[in-house]
Design a protein around this ligand. Sequence first.
Ligand code: ADP
Length: 983
Amino acid sequence: MSARRGGTLAAALLVLVVVSLAVNLVIAGIERGSLRRQVQADNGHAIALIARTLRDDLARVRGDAIILSRTVVAEQMLQDGGPALRQRAERLLHAMADARGDYSQLRFIDAGGREVVRVDSRARVVEVVPPEQLQDKSQRPYVHAVAKMSAGQVYISRIDLNIEHGQIVEPQEPTLRVGAPVFSGDGQRLGMVMINVDGRHLLQRFVVDAQQAHGSVWLVDAAGNWLHGPDASRDWRFAIPGARRAGMDTDFPGAWAVMRAHKQGQSRGAFGLLTFDQLAAAGTGLVQPDSAFGLRVVALAPDPTLASIMFDRAHMVGYALTLPALLLLAAWLAHLRVRLSGVEAEVAANSRLLKDIFDHSRLSMKVKDLQGRIVRANDAAGELLGRSPDQLIGQTIDAVATEATAATIGQHDREVIDSGEVTTYEEQVEYLGGNFTLLTTRFPVTDEHDRVVGVGAMSLDITSRIRMEQWLRVAKDQAEAANTAKAAFLANMSHELRTPLNSIIGISELLLEQAEEEDDDPLTVESLHRVVGAGRHLLTLINDILDISRIDAGRVELVLEPILVSTLAESALSTLQPLAVANGNRLSMVVAADPGVVAIDAVRMRQVLINLLGNAIKFTRDGEITLRLERDVDTLRIAVTDTGIGMTPEQMERIFTPFEQADRSITRRFGGSGLGLAISRQLVQLMGGWIAVESEPGRGSTFTVSIPVGAFEAPSRDPGPAAPDEPSRDSLVLVADDDEDARRLLIGALERHGLPVITACSGAEALQQVRSQRPAVMLLDILLGDMSGWDVLAALRADPLYANLPVILCTVTDPDHRTAALGVVEHMTKPVDRDQLVRLVKRFVRSGPQSNVLVVDDDDHYREQLAMVLRRAGCRVRMAANGQQALMHMEQEPPDLVLLDLVMPVMDGLEVIGAMQGHPLLAHVQVVLVTAADVPQHTVQKLNESAVMLVSKAEVGLDCIARRARDLLDRVESETRDAGTRG
Ligand code: ADP
């Protein structure tokens, strides 16, 4: 048991003991009270008995005194008193004394106070006192008292001791005197009759009667003197002359005070319990303060004390056993009562809560019995059903619903009653309250034996929600239609705006070139310059506006493709080189950590680069512009730094907002729309990255772009047998475009650089030209009239013969994901930059025969990438996945150069080199060993001896390998040419 519970128990026991004691005390008190009442009743009874006896005795004596006083004998005797009369009187008194036995003296006393006749009685012996012994009693107080009384009155003295000659007569004779006056027939006072009553009889009777009472019974006179008291030696002291008095007043002053105030009653004190009664003079017709009627009978009983009652052993055992048991029982009952009332309160609170929920819920709630009669319904249900909840009670649903609704609901209710399961339905209902769509959950209502006795239904009114959903669906459809329309509009606009502009710019550029070549009038040249400038400016503006609205409409889709970042950067730099030169700027690129190939949207990335580099060139005069490339694990970072005019912090804050420029004078001084950076930032954000600027006025600016790039997983593709690669016409360029202006412009640009051009004005013609003429490269438009450029591309790529044909897209629209999928090598937006176009095309056409390169690597992805880079560098490339395949290809047609992986399955790089050295046709083929593994020193030495170039995949990027390969091929070519010339 825990200390806490122990403490609680001890406290409970203590309380129990205290309560038990208190109860004991109360019971003892009650018992004492009842004992007291019993003593009082017993003693009261005894005292009443004694008092009555005394009163009866006194009444008898009084009667005797009156009778004697009215006798003729008494009257005559007291008038003349002759001897005969004396005799008669003496006989009368003698007979009376004899009859009563307790009269000690009977006398006639004359009006002068002298005894006239007297008989004495002692021990029942009656003697007549001779006349010579009769005494004068005129001085006695009782004689005085009676002498004043009228006829019919009786004197009764207090009880006194018989005093003879001033001495108490021994043995003591308590005496009571009773006297009555005697009058003559004519009312003359003649004397009196006096009876002395022997008090001992009285007292003996008192003592006998008193035995019925509890304790001691005492008798005191009106003054409190002891007549029969607790100590016999102190009785009657008042009567002895000179003796010290003793009485209730001296011995029990407290009790005496009570007794004087009350005729009857009880007094409690240290002495005990005192019960007293005064002998009342009622009915005697006399009121004499100092008479026997002042006697008081006092009974003293020891007061029953609490202690004696409590420590009574029988009681104690009883209390000890029964009280705690009763208390425990009472406590248990009280506890049960408290718990019961707690449970009752909880049940009441719960049912109140349920009622509140039911009444105030916005859910319509109903309970129905098995016959479908509504037994409960809340206000919300009333609203739907079109009746107040009170009106619904006892009704079935068909009273408030259409036939069809009632049937549906009846069926759903029945399902719940039969299965005992909860169901939920969306219901279309028609009630008096209106038409609603409800979501209704039904549950079985059960009794205490789990029997289904009804069905409960809770309905949520979803009418407005359904309406809203329908409305939203319509609105969404409309919005989507509007968006589609906007997208279509944008596509049309870009086409419609760019196509004529393309012609304007292209033709005016052509005219300008001719004018310059023919040294035309400077005014014409100047005007043409303006037309070209304005056209280009307008084009940029249109492009920018279309771009920003396309981004806003969420129509920009990123096209991820594996891109050699450095090549992309180089191409951007070379595009802007002429502009930079025009402004006296030096353009350079720093590759801090070669990013290599990353999956990125090349077109968008290029757009951003061109914007940043273009701005740098535009806002810098005779300065330096540096493009810095860097890549850590998963971030590509590109920074463009210039030494131009720079910006203030406030200007930097504004420049990424559409149509904002650093300040108002910019347009005037440098042109521009203020859209470039806004577009760049949105594109970079679309790629998941950010763009930031640091700048200082007058010192230049640095724009940094950071883009997350993941590892690029190219779909692995079995290279299969290399395409027979029928040699294509080395420098022939095919231009496929349905727009004649566009065709003419492209042809003009290419032919000026001596490149032979054939054309196609439809998709079908383009395919036919490829197959019959075998061009080195194709410039392809997307909108071709009969079919799209994409279809042409798909058809080409499906044919192994032309799968590797380099295709440059030249469109007014933007490229999409198909660009990468269909192996487009470059994309140019019309109107194309003529110099850039020529530079690009020249990569794919060669004056002499194309170099024949074999790439051997078991890493599909790397092999493909390397091949792609080499093709763009103008090589004819074949591929092999291991050494054996490589040897097979080489034997079929010895290549000019082999790029060989070192570690491969089936046959590794070193084995291939060994086999080649032993082969007459292959011994002189150039080999570059491309490896990711560490090559041991002695192998390196051996390779050097065999003139094999060693390149580490980890250290050198693909484009760098391609460059080295190109250098090597050029060297071999020139050596061969030299040898030929010498030969
Ligand atoms: P545009 O160049 O067409 O005005 P941009 O959005 O490309 O629009 O550039 C917004 C503004 O940012 C420019 O007008 C110019 O004030 C400021 N800015 C951009 N790049 C540079 C830079 N390299 N040096 C100084 N200011 C620049």
